[in-house]
Design a binder for this molecule. Structure first.
Ligand code: ATP
Length: 351
């Protein structure tokens, strides 16, 4: 396998998909993926991630709107005219073919001569770390290995776009992390534009150049993992990305007051009045003394840090992230300080 593949732009313009069973699965969705970019589609179950991917794949016709690949309108083109590689959640290997024959399949369809087919298939298996596994059948491979073969099969035709629909979700945690790193490495090496559907926010943040957070058939926000985490534009994104405390607050005079502490507003246009404030666990500190105090309910060791849950006097539970060296115990009284950041605020009547 060589590194001559170059990614194409992928563009969805105001795509609507109506299955006729209720609200549209895609509701004027627009997305522009740049050549070589890795874009994760992230969102809760039923928000339309898989449908979006399937419309790009040509497996689902759009109700309206258009899809183009590399500037070419493919809205009405069949899948095999779209220059794509695809990997799905379920291991979709042909059980009666060995790994090499599975990888060769797409080349056989394209009538690539046997010698070149074999060479390219072996190269692709090598690339996904399965050199020497070519004669194994699916039942002789682990789940992670089967998904590697599926990836080799998707890449061997040198497509310009790679579509991945929850390819890791059937794997155990350790293999998931290994394989997602591997996918990212190969994708970067080949420069192939990739759309990756996942409902796992950690996975999306870890691998993507940009993450599109979807809700009810639309993209609520798209941005780099860091931008989404630090500057969520809506409360939905703030709560979907990362862990957030929800605290009562009051907006007044350009600030939001939370338990007597004034915090800056990320969005200065929020109207004055009572609000719910989202605050990251790392934006609360345990200090030796302070006006805000609570009682530790539980504490967990997370390897490189600890997270404690503290009950405030009004019974609100607050997650606090702190150094491993700072040990807390259930029942202990602690003072707290806000570091000064809050990620979003929302009015209750506007969920
Ligand atoms: P999940 O993470 O659970 O897979 P998703 O975000 O991928 O969810 P989709 O599978 O795209 O969501 O589904 C979006 C909406 O469209 C859902 O309300 C779903 O019930 C509906 N839907 C999906 N496929 C069909 C279909 N073939 N016929 C009718 N409705 C469908």
């Amino acid at each position: 396998m060589d590194a001559t593949s170059r990614g194409a732009t992928v563009e969805l313009t105001e795509v609507v998909k109506n299955y006729g069973t209720g609200a549209p699965a895609l509701d004027t969705l627009s997305l522009h993926a740049r050549p070589g970019e890795f874009v994760a589609l992230l969102g809760p179950s039923g928000c339309g991630k898989t449908t979006a991917l399937r419309t790009v794949a040509g497996l689902e016709a759009v109700t309206s709107g258009s899809i183009s690949i590399d500037g070419r309108d493919v809205t009405d083109q069949p899948t095999n005219k779209r220059d794509l590689g695809m990997v799905f959640q379920s291991y979709s290997l042909f059980p009666h073919l060995d790994a090499q024959a599975n990888v060769e399949f797409g080349l056989r369809m394209r009538r690539v001569p046997a010698g070149e087919r074999r060479e390219r298939a072996l190269g692709a298996l090598e690339m996904v770390g399965l050199g020497g596994f070519g004669s194994r059948f699916a039942h002789q491979l682990s789940g992670g290995q089967q998904q590697r073969v599926a990836l080799a099969r998707a890449l061997v035709t040198r497509p310009r776009v790679l579509l991945l629909d929850e390819p890791l979700s059937a794997l155990d945690a350790k293999v998931r992390v290994q394989l997602r790193e591997e996918i990212r490495r190969i994708q970067t090496e080949l420069g192939i534009t990739t759309l990756f559907v996942t409902h796992d926010q950690e996975e999306a943040l870890a691998v993507a150049d940009r993450v599109a957070v979807m809700r009810a058939g639309r993209i609520e926000q798209i941005g780099t993992p860091e931008a989404l985490y630090t500057q969520p534009q809506t409360p939905f994104v703030a709560e979907f990305i990362g862990l957030s405390n929800r605290l009562p607050g009051t907006v007044r005079g350009g600030f939001v007051e939370v338990y007597g502490v004034e915090l800056p507003l990320l969005d200065p246009t929020v109207a004055p009045g009572p609000v719910t404030v989202a605050l990251r666990p790392e934006d609360v500190e345990i200090v030796s003394e302070g006006a805000l105090a609570g009682v530790v309910v539980s504490t967990s060791f997370l390897g490189s840090l600890r997270r404690s849950t503290v009950r405030l006097p009004d019974d609100t539970l607050l997650a606090v992230q702190h150094a491993v060296g700072l040990r807390t115990a259930p029942g202990e009284r602690v003072a707290l300080r806000f570091t000064g950041a809050c990620v979003s605020v929302k009015h209750e009547e506007n969920p």
